[in-house]
Design a protein around this ligand. Structure first.
Ligand SMILES: Nc1ncnc2c1ncn2[C@@H]1O[C@H](COP(=O)(O)OP(=O)(O)OP(=O)(O)O)[C@@H](O)[C@H]1O
Ligand SMILES: [Mg+2]
Length: 293
């Protein structure tokens, strides 16, 4: 390898080690339709990043592309220094919309244990049993993460009979069992009351800082997590903007992303209100396309 090529490789390595997740000129298609394109997002190691945007804009699709469950139609996504799909064992994932029927008898602790030896993302894991050196070590790790999320008091109860916030803590524990370097959470605050949203947001931030876990979290409302965030990535049909909350969540940036007037108001308590955010732009666009067809 020549000197120039060696320098290039060195530079690439230096950049790779700075970001836990990096999208470059990425686009995704679902059902033959482009959901987003021209997406450039960098998530540095150890940071807490929120993925924001209206319903249907493709936030879950973005998360699934990080997991390697959705292939990009253009560009690339690098996860923990490798192409997406190759870092699965180092990612903890909490999918969107989980609820447990109240008649479900499975205990919280059993749900957490699934993170160690069960199926992941609906796909049976090969060699899952080899991850932990022994059953005893696995049991200890399960107890440890239950303690970490503060769920010890109810982990023995049927999961269908604990509150939404308590279920959420147990599911975060499940995602943490394998000591992931990257935690990907799709709307973990959904359907929680405000005090639970604040408590779960504080817990996730603590995990990020104390366990040095990079966090990508999809949120509908940024306010409960705003005090903890390093960066936000706002997704729009024309691409994405990524940066500090102050630089991204402001009228001018969002107006140009959505190409429609958007006003960001700041309440006296610091809460942000985004006015004029388009609803399900993809679906509106669809209707338009259908009319033309
Ligand atoms: N399996 C599928 N087949 C066809 N279209 C799909 C499929 N899954 C998602 N979509 C469409 O892709 C778009 C992006 O979906 P996605 O779930 O990523 O959005 P989202 O931003 O996570 O929305 P929400 O805020 O409602 O969770 C939507 O328009 C959705 O209808
Ligand atoms: Mg979603």
């Amino acid at each position: 390898m020549g000197t120039a090529a060696r320098e290039k490789t060195k530079m690439r390595t230096a950049v790779d080690t700075a970001d836990a997740v990096r999208f470059e000129n990425a686009a995704a298609q679902v059902g033959g339709r482009t959901i987003w394109s021209d997406v450039n997002i960098s998530v540095p190691y150890g940071q807490f990043v929120a993925v924001l945007g209206p319903n249907g804009v493709g936030k879950s699709t973005l998360i699934k592309s990080v997991l390697g469950l959705v292939a990009l139609s253009a560009g690339s996504v690098t996860v923990l220094g490798r192409p997406a799909g190759q870092a699965g064992r180092e990612i903890g994932y909490l999918p969107q919309r989980r609820n447990f029927d109240s008649s479900l008898r499975v205990r919280g602790i059993d749900v957490v244990s699934l993170g160690a030896d069960g199926e992941r993302w609906g796909v049976p894991l090969p060699f899952a049993g080899r991850y932990l050196p022994s059953r005893r070590a696995a049991r200890e790790r399960v107890r440890e993460v239950i303690d970490l999320v503060g769920a010890s008091a109810y982990a023995e109860r049927p999961i269908g009979q604990v509150s939404g916030g308590e279920q959420q803590r147990l599911l975060i524990a499940q995602a943490l069992v394998r000591r992931p370097r990257l935690l990907v959470l799709d709307e973990p605050l959904d359907s929680l009351d405000l005090p639970s949203q604040s408590a779960v947001a504080a817990l996730i931030s603590r995990i990020c800082r104390e366990q040095n876990v990079t966090v990508m979290l999809v949120a509908h409302d940024v306010n409960p997590i705003l005090p903890y965030l390093d960066c936000v990535a706002y997704i729009g049909r024309g691409g994405a903007v990524c940066g500090t909350p102050d630089s991204v969540i402001q009228s001018q940036t969002l107006t140009s992303l959505y190409r429609t007037p958007i006003e960001v108001l700041k309440a006296s308590d610091g809460r942000l209100v985004v006015v004029g955010e388009p609803e399900a732009p993809a679906r509106h666009h669809d209707r338009h396309e259908d009319e033309q067809a």
